[in-house]
Design a protein around this ligand. Structure first.
Ligand SMILES: C[S@@+](CC[C@H](N)C(=O)[O-])C[C@H]1O[C@@H](n2cnc3c(N)ncnc32)[C@H](O)[C@@H]1O
Length: 450
């Protein structure tokens, strides 16, 4: 039987060395090792927790180790981090058991000197306790350590959103995300019907308080249910479901989903169009376009054509004014989904914002041409970074006077989010703490009629 902490160490090393995604690695490991539900829970908690708390754990470790952590073998640092994580944040495992496990792993992987070093550091942590963060100077650094986020990111957020919003967002980013799903309105008549049928399969959910098509899971394994397999549901965050309302495509229209994979929003648009009309779904990568195809098949949808291409070349393929509505769900830094992918905090740098911002703007300019006069452009991201959101749209509106804010956006959106929409702009920024959902941005613009 594989040892949970040893597997956790291997996964954390892979994340550290090759910036692999923690969620994908975890799912693979749980299947490969056939862990019990309890061990899967512990593995998930240790891996996510150690990634989430990385800077704080390193701050603690620096008090007990005289040389810089960069001078120590990476696997030893990872082993110490995951051990201190458990000592600091998990109540259910006694410190002496954590220490014994760490020393056993160190003995197995290294030489005697290393296991002695690991033993010495962890014994000191156990005896002296962890240093207090209360005396750390500077609000951004203190928050960075208390809530385990990079200081540069917090400085940006405090500037853009203020201290309270930033603190609330960092706090929720360290909690497990909710599982929510969208009901396929072509197969099921109501959310309540779905909830009742799921109960027959021992899965329990409640209606979403954010969107009328959503359910929020309480317990049970949704992907294993017949209802899921037969295409009555799609796992999707509630914020993403809002995009379907923003685009509001009508049966019979021509719609472009410009960055579509893996197809969560494309399929929602298709369901709302009752399978009538035509959706063109583009993505840059063929393997990702295949994921859209899989969803189309699972959900029995018939009005979607997929294309693998760079949307920045859309004008070569489509005539000016070809589409009634365009959704640009742009690639972004993903700072709104840190709860799901905590490694994003450490892998992204300020230069990534600049790089992605450029791509987003090129995509915006490219799709602008193919929208009909009077047609709609919906731009969305799963980030909370103003540079990728509101600032992009303000610049686009200045440079493209043929577009204007679509103020009717407010009326199309579910009442739950209306208080967050301004009366003069078709714009919504969801922070994760508003609805316990992903952080998300949606802007709606109309191309003026000739
Ligand atoms: C935020 S994701 C889209 C998520 C999708 N709309 C959904 O709801 O499932 C952004 C997508 O844009 C794609 N992408 C990035 N650059 C692109 C480009 N230049 N042209 C087309 N697609 C691109 C990425 O491959 C990625 O799948």
């Amino acid at each position: 039987m594989s040892n949970v902490r040893e597997v956790a160490m291997d996964l954390l090393l892979k994340i550290e060395r090759s910036q692999a995604y923690s969620n994908l690695l975890l799912n693979q490991a749980i299947q490969k090792h056939n862990f019990s539900q309890k061990d899967s829970g512990l593995l998930t908690e240790i891996v996510y927790g150690t990634v989430q708390r990385k800077n704080t754990l390193d701050y603690y470790l620096n008090f007990f180790i005289s040389k810089p952590l960069s001078k120590i073998d990476d696997w030893v640092v990872v082993l110490l981090r995951l051990s201190v994580y458990q000592m600091a944040y998990l109540d259910r495992v006694p410190d002496h058991a954590i220490l014994n496990e760490a020393v056993t792993i160190a003995k197995k992987k290294g030489h005697k000197g290393i296991s002695g070093f690991v033993n010495g550091v962890l014994r000191n942590v156990q005896r002296k306790g962890l240093p207090s963060l209360a005396s750390v100077e500077g609000k951004a650094l203190q928050l960075a350590l208390e809530c385990s986020h990079p200081q540069w990111l917090l400085e940006r957020w405090i500037n853009q959103l203020g201290v309270q919003n930033t603190t609330d967002m960092c706090t929720i980013n360290n909690t497990p995300p909710s599982v929510t799903a969208r009901v396929n309105s072509l197969k099921m008549t109501s959310v309540n019907e779905v909830i009742q049928q799921l109960e027959e399969e021992a899965v329990y959910a409640e209606p979403s308080s954010v969107t009328p098509v959503g359910i929020k899971m309480r317990t049970g394994n949704l992907p294993r249910t017949n209802l899921y397999k037969s295409g009555s549901l799609t796992i999707q965050d509630e914020s993403s479901m809002l995009v379907g309302y923003a685009v509001d495509p009508q049966p019979g229209e021509k719609v472009l989903d410009a960055c579509a994979a893996p197809g969560g929003k494309t399929t929602h648009l298709s369901e709302r169009m009752k399978n009538e009309g035509e959706i063109t779904a583009i993505d840059l990568h063929e393997h990702k376009v295949n994921l859209i195809e899989e969803q189309i098949e699972r959900l029995d949808l018939a009005n979607i054509n997929t294309i693998t291409m760079d949307t920045r070349k859309a004008a070569n393929l489509f005539q000016e004014g070809s589409f009634d509505r365009v959704l640009l769900d742009a690639p972004c830094t993903g700072f709104g989904v840190i709860r799901r992918k905590p490694d994003i905090k450490w892998s992204k740098q300020p230069s990534d914002i600049e790089r992605i911002q450029k791509v987003q703007y090129e995509l915006l300019e490219s799709v602008a041409r193919v929208i009909k006069p009077g047609g709609l452009l919906v731009y969305s991201t799963c980030t909370i970074e103003a540079e990728e959101n509101g600032n992009q749209i303000e610049r686009f509106l200045q440079e493209h006077p043929e577009f204007e804010w679509d103020v009717s956006f407010y009326d199309r959106m579910p009442t739950s989010v209306q208080p967050y929409i301004s009366s003069t702009k078709g714009e919504l920024q969801v922070l994760p703490q508003y609805f316990d959902s992903d952080g998300f941005y949606i802007a709606s613009l109309r191309k003026k009629s000739n």
